[in-house]
Design a protein around this ligand. Structure first.
Ligand code: CMC
Length: 433
């Protein structure tokens, strides 16, 4: 981040005073107005609910150009990573800043793999939940509880402990997500198998059973790995910002990631993949699409086309392009024909030609097709967001590490525009109307 020679002058029309605000420039992307001294100099706060114009931190991890539909991790295009890389390599890249060489990759995989097992006592947490608990409810609880077990990786001022916590989280999330699923269907938990790859092992823990050897399906493993890559990080979205905010107070990494999971759960964020499938099922058939679109366009109905629209992308979400192609390939390989896919393809076609969506620049996002693939792979709808959380963990923890190492980091503490009552005298209860 460099300070440019340019600045922005803010003129207070009431007092006539002028304030010079420095302009900062990143590597690429819009310049930012540095308002850090605005309050001390002028007495004004900025007002930006939803942070639509606010850069809350500087970051080297992920870059999005929403107008062009570009997503880069550490400078590498998501399409290239999805095509040529694998999730462990992308995790290394996001966490450490560079693609690993062969030896670095092998060591990283080994180091992460050594942490796949959970403390045996954590298994008992699961039996405290109802069998029909939502997997995200279970994930929030169990991931938060990791801080009660791994006391040797809670000191956030120690880089080694931060690294161990990061590896633990990346390694244990598949185990926890798979256990949440197994518990919901009443099957025994499967221990991780360290001879399998990251995605393969997750599928083994989810779909394997102790009474039969698990045979990985390479098509499914590859698709799972790609889905993980597509969800690995996404700049300062709601859950990542939550992780950073929680971490800014000095909270431990397991607690911070649990906070991220809670935020991801909402239907406007990661919960959208689940919502898309429910929406497609509700529409039911292609001939009912126009009627549904009419409802979406009627503000009084309060219906949204789930899997469409994005705060940053005003163009096709590049992840959605890869996801749509993967979806068609996986269904083809599996020989599955899903009527929901036909509805989704037709819905997308109609929406992309409709003036409402065109004028508002609403395009399919990553969640539009992911649910259809996950369903074809055998995941129940309730697991979709848990898979998103599993994959996003590397992004969350990389952003958390970056924040801790940033010398400009302060506790996150936004201010407000107070609209409540001014100071008034206390009224005794017998005198209240
Ligand atoms: N269907 C219908 N109208 C929409 C949609 C949609 N999916 N998304 C936005 N709009 C309209 C909205 O009504 C508003 O119209 P107007 O200007 O007339 O009031 C306009 O587009 C701008 O919408 P907004 O809600 O102000 O935009 P936002 O940036 O605050 O919200 C969003 C972004 C993703 C929450 C929203 O587009 C949405 O709710 N999409 C559906 C949920 C979804 O798919 N979420 C997944 C996001 S990608 C994965 C992730 O990040 O987790």
């Amino acid at each position: 981040m460099t300070q440019t020679k340019s600045s922005v002058t803010l003129v207070d029309n009431q007092s006539g005073k002028k304030y010079e605000l420095p302009v900062l420039s990143g590597a690429i992307g819009p310049q930012v107005i540095d308002v850090r001294k605005l309050y001390t100099d002028s007495g004004y706060f900025t007002y930006d609910p939803g942070y639509t114009s606010t850069g809350a931190c500087k970051s080297k991890i992920t870059y999005i150009d929403g107008d062009e539909g570009v997503l880069l991790h550490r400078g590498y295009a998501i399409e290239d990573l999805a095509e040529h890389s694998d999730f462990m390599e992308v995790a290394y890249l996001i966490l450490k800043g560079e693609l690993p060489n062969k030896a670095e990759k092998a060591k990283f995989e080994r180091d992460v793999t050594l942490h796949t097992m959970l403390h045996e006592q954590i298994n008992r947490f699961f039996s405290g939940f109802r069998r029909d608990a939502h997997p995200m409810a279970v994930m929030c609880g169990v991931v938060g509880a990791l801080s009660a077990f791994y006391h040797d990786s809670l000191d956030i001022s120690d880089p080694h402990q931060r690294m161990i916590a990061s590896y633990r989280l990346i390694a244990k999330m598949p185990t926890i997500a798979a256990m949440a699923y197994k518990y919901s269907i009443g099957q025994p938990f499967m221990y991780p198998r360290n001879d399998l790859g990251y995605a393969e092992n997750f599928l083994q823990m989810t779909f394997g059973v102790p009474c039969e050897p698990y045979k990985p399906n390479p098509v499914l493993s590859k698709a799972m790995d790609k889905i993980f890559i597509l969800h690995a990080d996404h700049e300062q979205n709601a859950s990542t910002s939550t992780v950073r905010l929680a971490g800014s107070s000095g909270a431990n990494p397991f607690a911070c990631i649990a906070a991220g999971i809670a935020t991801l759960w909402g239907p406007a964020h990661g919960g959208a993949n689940e919502a898309v499938l429910k929406m497609l099922a509700e529409i039911g058939s292609k001939d009912r699409i126009p009627e549904f679109i009419k409802r979406v366009k009627d503000k009084n109905e309060g219906v949204r086309l789930m899997g469409f629209g994005h705060r940053v992308y005003k163009n096709y979400d590049p992840r959605a392009k890869v996801m749509s192609a993967t979806c068609k390939a996986v269904l083809g390989e599996l020989g599955v024909s899903d009527p929901l896919l036909e509805i989704a393809v037709e819905l997308e076609r109609i929406a992309l030609q409709d003036e409402y969506f065109v004028s508002k620049k609403l395009y399919p996002n990553v969640d539009f097709y992911s649910g259809i693939i996950l369903k074809a792979m055998g995941f129940p709808v309730a697991m979709f967001t848990a898979l998103f959380a599993l994959a996003r963990t590397v992004g969350w923890i990389a952003q958390w590490n970056e924040m801790i190492e940033d010398p400009e980091q302060k506790i996150g503490r936004p201010r407000q525009l107070y609209t409540g009552a001014s100071k008034r005298p206390f009224v005794a209860i017998e005198k209240r109307a």
